[in-house]
Design a protein around this ligand. Sequence first.
Ligand code: NAI
Length: 698
Amino acid sequence: MTKTAHLSKENEIAFIALSNAPMNALSQGVRAGLRKGVEQALSDNTIKAIVIHGDGKVFSAGADISEFHLPAVEPHLPDVCDLIEQSEKPVIAAIHGFALGGAFEIALSTHFRIATKEASVGLPEVHLGLLPGSAGTQRTPRLVGVKSAIDIMTTGKPVNAEKALAIGAIDEIVDDLKSGAIAFAKKVIEDATPLKRVSKSEERVENNSENLEVIGQERAKWKKNSPHLDAPQKIIDCVEQAVLLDYAGGMNFEQKTFQGLMDSDQSKSLIHAFFAERKSNKIPELERGAKPRPISKLGVIGGGTMGSGITIAALNSGLPVTMVERDQESLERGIENVKKVYRRDVEKGRLSQEKADKILSNYSTSTHLKDLSDKDMIIEAVFEELEVKKSVFSQLNDIAKEGAVLASNTSYLDIDKIASATDRVGDVIGLHFFSPANIMRLLEIVVPTNVKDDVVATGFQLAKILKKVPVRAGNCDGFIGNRVLENYAKAANYMMEDGTSPYDIDKAIVEFGYPMGPFQMFDLAGGDIGWADRKRKAAFRSNEERYVSIADRICEKGWFGQKTGRGYYKYTPGARRGEEDPEVLSIIQEERKVKGIEARSLSSDEIRRRYFAAMVNEGAKVLEEKMALRPSDIDVTKLFGYGFPRHMGGPMRYADVYGIENILNDLKEFEKEDPYFWKPAELIVKLVEEGKDFNSLN
Ligand code: NAI
């Protein structure tokens, strides 16, 4: 398939189709084809109007981001857009599917835009830390006004045809794209409609107090809500220049600002996150040719927090689910857990009653495992106790049909041990969802020793069906996500015991860009879960390991966090944000006294140095032990399951930007205090010796 754009003629109208399946990405060939098509149409005297459209399902998804790493090649999109706008013959963009990013910038440079009802347009560059750099920041406000332009560009959200028409981003909605485009073109030719060239100076955005006020408000809003993000501020700066300067001045500013963002670590990290998400699907099992088994009926065991969330995620994707609980009372609780989510969605107007009823018609329940005998896949989400899980799997061994995939949602337990309760170890896998499972996008797919390739492929297929982001993880304690979490949680506990308040630690982590700090997260997840895990591991804990008992003291009081109204913070009923608790600070002080620790409080920077050194060090060990396929999979895990700020790209990408040698130096410094905990991972030492970074392993 050639990546290009091709010209065809129908009487006096030239059609130029962007043609680069599946999304008509604007790679060099497409840009060159478009330029050539426009030039040919302009020099052909029989042609009176030009229609630009997309082959296949969409107009175009915009820039070919695989070209971002390469030196820019001609023709550049802003030049092609200028050529289109300067055309003496009317140019019409005919949009179906979507026109995003650079593609919408092409449409903005045409004189007229029409779209089908289901089409949408948008400028999503902000998600990659960029701005629309083909005059989008200058043409959009000239076309739709300052407020709408800022909205479209700073949120990056697509705008549907109806709204696009209302704000003036398109001129007409048509039923059929081709006949609609022909009719529109004929009318423009017949009426000799003046051509609206958005960049012409007479189309200047008005420099009035109203526009400047909107700009001021938007700037303040973004600063308050997303203080870490550069691109929205830069977009607003560009719109301001569209108000203050003429088009040429504005364009000059846009180009400089765009280049600045392209060169920034923030944009590179966001682009890294974008590619990391796509790469996590590349696994050896699929490369060896494994094909997923069919999944048309799902069984879920357990209707608690996770079982109900997994059920909802599956139902929302159209999969029929049978949920099994251990007795009638627990089942009723489980049913309520599922139904209340739909009830709330209907109440809030997010879902119609009819749609909710339709989704729930796929939901059945039982208190008997034997009702799962016809399921293609069964996901267990019962209590986190090995014996309970083994008992469930041993029953499934007798009940499940041949070829059924048997999955456990365990957070930490050894999947090999769970599989050993069956005589079909090849069919057993870990599918670790995150809470709330109907919302969180991460799905760790845990690959035990004897699992068959097609079962792993089926796990990845399920992720696709549920629109989750899958990461292949090895079968170690806590897999990737919880294992790494445990290490930086320990670092946070050490800092707390050594004299830094948990509230200061949370603040330092929130300042970094996390939605919450570690102690706020413990309170949200429930202190009892970690407590049970610590008790389970107590017998195996090395004598060399430093153990902090503060969390145990808090749990002993029955303070499990938000659900009990008290944890590290105090919660007034209904509040999600807690207040600092002097009693917690006294508990900490007591523990410090018992251990004879002299309090030493750390600055925000020192807190972050330790927190991320612990995170990266454990990530490196996960890689060393081949529990993750590549550093970017650890990034994906932390981005989609643990709130790592996307603009920092994930912990391993962060380490590359911070400097892997600096991480090593930090670890060596902390190692002097606690050689057991802070021992640098061999991989980090090796990478520094070789002058390489984590990205070299991606
Ligand atoms: P939960 O306590 O809310 O729910 C467990 C449910 O399993 C209960 O409703 C219980 O009645 C049911 N159950 C127990 N034994 C059963 C049996 N033999 N047959 C049928 N049902 C049975 O626990 P939660 O939080 O949903 O956790 C479930 C699993 O998911 C655990 O392995 C946990 O480690 C894991 N997990 C938990 C996460 C969380 O944030 N809560 C996150 C990811 C995994």
